[in-house]
Design a protein around this ligand. Structure first.
Ligand SMILES: CO[C@H]1[C@H](O)[C@@H](O)[C@H](O)O[C@@H]1C(=O)O
Length: 693
């Protein structure tokens, strides 16, 4: 079977996303919304506030089906929006000092004041006003009551960032929603409308930073920081700026050689430093609020400071100094490991690499450097432990990196709602400061008071009209933004919002879709690689089963299955010692065969197939059972979805049905390859005598 034969099919039925406003609101609420939403008062000229007012008008008119005026009649209920200072002139006692303080720099207050006949959205900054407007539109779109509102909301994370892995030729590394809408054939796309819609969508979930090019910076993209392309990058930044988003660029560490005519990129060379200083000035002349550089160095064959015998603090700090006078930052990725290892070498453990490289550098990075750490030690597998770097870097700014695009989780052909996974990671206790040090508090900077903090994620969007290829994968994009704003929202809440905004307020429809989303991660996990071992995918494109696909490869991704057992021994006593990178109880639990949680057993231990799990099953029987069940559950996703035929728009129905059908079929392929492989290796029969080939 050709694994990549199932080609991407663009959906061309018009945008369909949470700002499409194309569903009917129920009559009861509609009356209330129409009373408040007949007029908007917005008195500021500032472009973001103007955009916020335009957004409110657009949303209200679309959802309420009436026209909205800019000047309320005497005593008419209306919505007022603006910065606290400007609103204060007209409505003296609307917001208390306490509320204003709680909204912080980027947050907002929404309050209904019957005395003023006004529903007011106030904020300290224009971006805060915009976020407040989007919040009100979300309340209306999800059918909430609005006549007694008193909401204060401020983002928990400082940076709420999107990383594009888009290439200038229009392709997207690990993109599954068609080609890039940023570039085509080494040109910036001209579709301003789409770019603006994208910025609106991102702002509506609180995104405030976007890196526009792949971290693997190729020849042509290296020129983005030169006069050849800077004017066009600046145009994109102009669009983003209106929506409170700062633009970042991935840069090539070898730029001084490749485009600067120097013979070295050694960060300690004065010429190199001078080159970057000038470069930074040039960039800021074109883009005054440029965010900074995102850097993948010494990783998967990218250039970096190691070439010159320098470490990553020296590399990052050199760039940071160039950006400092302009207020820019360096986002330095920790995805650094040996991708040319020998599979015969049992000592080198890729999982150890990020910690081994970066832990010794804690405290050595400049104040405007932030490390970007993948959520796990390997690479966005459906299940892996949390990166032990979280909690280990007490004196360093850090961001967590998630992957919205489903490289290893079904590539948007399979459904996998990732918010539950991200939640689990964010809640994981690092034990860095005793019991109360979950990853989310490391990431939001509150544990150690980091100035730069937050989240980044590799996006899943492309030129598909539904943005994400699989329409239901859009929930991951929406969910990422919402979670970055407030990690305490539940996965269910986020799913509900998205479903209500995109599909319907009908409870029965909602429950079907919510059920699909909430079950999907566990279903995908059950028919793919078992018990935390990961990989078992086809090399390169990473789609579909291939148990030994990475077994003898230089990428350091092994399962070590033989006729007796499977798993990677990462214990301190007999293995690679990786378990000791964790703190407190985590180190003990993972190191212990007895206490290690089932779902990560094979990540930490090599065990016989007859090893009995906490669940009471042997490892081999668990593999068989889970794979048979996984296929049944994947088929149930399809049948549950089928119950919606005729109840939601046909074009939405059919695009999802097509993907769920592919998933159900492909889950069988996974089941059969995995089960057959382990049956042949172990010679142990399935207790229930089901068909194994
Ligand atoms: C951008 O390169 C990606 C690469 O495609 C992906 O397969 C790898 O796992 O991760 C890399 C990274 O995160 O840098």
């Amino acid at each position: 079977m050709d694994e990549i034969e199932w080609k991407h099919k663009p959906v061309e039925s018009g945008y369909h996303a949470w700002l499409s406003y194309n569903k009917a609101l129920p009559g009861a609420q509609l009356e209330q919304y129409r009373q408040w939403g007949g007029a908007i008062v917005s008195l500021e000229e500032q472009e973001t506030i103007q955009a916020a007012a335009a957004e409110l008008k657009l949303g209200l008119e679309a959802m309420l089906g009436h026209s909205v005026s800019a000047a309320p009649n005497q005593g008419q209920l209306h919505i007022a929006l603006g910065t606290f200072d400007s609103l204060h002139v007209r409505y003296q006692s609307l917001f208390s000092e306490k509320e204003i303080e709680a909204a912080e720099a980027e947050g907002f207050v929404i309050r209904t004041s019957h005395a003023d006949s006004c529903l007011a959205i106030g904020a300290a900054s224009p971006a805060g006003v915009l976020y407040g407007v989007f919040h009100l539109l979300r309340l209306i779109g999800t059918g909430a009551a609005i006549d007694e509102l008193a909401i204060i909301s401020a983002p928990v994370n400082g940076l709420r960032m999107i990383n594009h892995w888009d290439n200038f030729d229009g392709s997207i590394e690990r993109g599954y929603a068609g080609n890039s809408f940023l570039y085509k054939n080494n040109r910036f796309t001209e579709d301003q409308e789409r770019l603006r819609d994208y910025a609106r969508m991102m702002a509506s979930v609180g995104i405030n930073a976007i890196a526009i090019n792949n971290v693997n910076v190729h020849q042509e993209e290296t020129l983005f920081i030169t006069p050849t392309y800077l004017p066009q990058v600046a145009k994109l930044a102009d669009i983003f700026r209106v929506y409170g988003i700062r633009l970042y660029l991935s840069i090539n560490f070898a730029s001084p050689i490749q485009i600067g005519g120097l013979e070295t990129a050694d960060p300690l060379e004065l010429d190199v430093q001078g080159w970057w200083n000038n470069k930074a000035s040039e960039i800021y002349a074109a883009i005054p609020d440029f965010g900074g550089f995102l850097v993948k160095a010494d990783s998967e064959n990218r250039p970096g400071p190691f070439t010159y015998g320098r470490d990553h603090a020296e590399g990052a700090n050199m760039l940071a100094e160039a950006l400092l006078p302009h207020g820019g930052i360096v986002i330095w990725r920790c995805f650094v490991y040996n991708c040319k290892q020998d599979w015969r070498d049992r000592k080198t453990d890729r999982a150890r690499a990020a910690y081994d490289h970066f832990k010794p550098l804690d405290g050595r990075f400049n104040d405007n450097v932030v490390l970007q750490i993948k959520n796990g030690p390997l690479d966005f597998q459906v299940r892996e432990p949390v990166s032990p770097l979280f909690g280990a870097l007490e004196h360093t700014n850090q961001l967590i990196e998630f992957q919205i695009t489903q490289e290893y989780t079904g590539q948007q052909r399979h459904l996998c709602y990732l918010v539950p996974q991200w939640k689990e990671i964010l809640e994981f206790n690092t034990y860095a400061e005793g019991e109360k040090a979950p990853v989310k508090r490391v990431v939001d900077g509150s544990l150690w008071g980091n100035r730069i903090n937050g989240m980044a994620a590799v996006t899943n969007v492309g030129e598909d009209w539904n943005w994400s290829g699989h329409l239901l994968a859009q929930a991951n994009l929406y969910g990422y933004g919402r979670l970055a704003w407030n990690p305490d929202l539940t996965a269910e809440q986020i799913a509900s919002e998205w479903i209500q905004l995109v599909f319907s307020l009908d409870a029965a429809i909602h429950d079907v879709i919510s059920g699909l989303l909430m079950d999907s991660w566990s279903i995908y996990e059950s028919y793919t690689a078992p018990l935390g071992i990961g990989w078992m995918v086809n090399p390169n494109h990473h789609y579909g089963p291939n148990v030994d696909g990475y077994e003898y490869s230089p990428w350091g991704t092994y399962h070590f299955a033989d006729h007796k057992g499977i798993g990677v021994d990462r214990t301190v006593q007999t293995g690679t010692g990786y378990s000791a990178q964790y703190m407190g109880a985590n180190a003990e639990v993972y190191n212990s065969l007895e206490h290690c949680p089932d779902e990560l057993l094979l990540f930490f231990h090599h065990v016989p197939y007859t090893h009995v799990l906490h669940s009471g099953k042997t490892v081999i029987q668990h593999i068989y059972d889970n794979h048979f069940e996984g296929v049944e559950r994947a088929a149930q996703l399809l049948s549950a979805w089928s119950s919606l035929q005729g109840r939601i728009k046909e074009e939405l129905y059919s695009q999802v049905e097509e993907r769920l059908r592919e998933q159900a079929r492909h889950a069988e392929e996974w089941r059969d390859q995995i089960n057959t492989y382990f049956w042949r290796k172990s010679g142990i029969e399935d207790k229930h005598h089901r068909k194994i080939y």
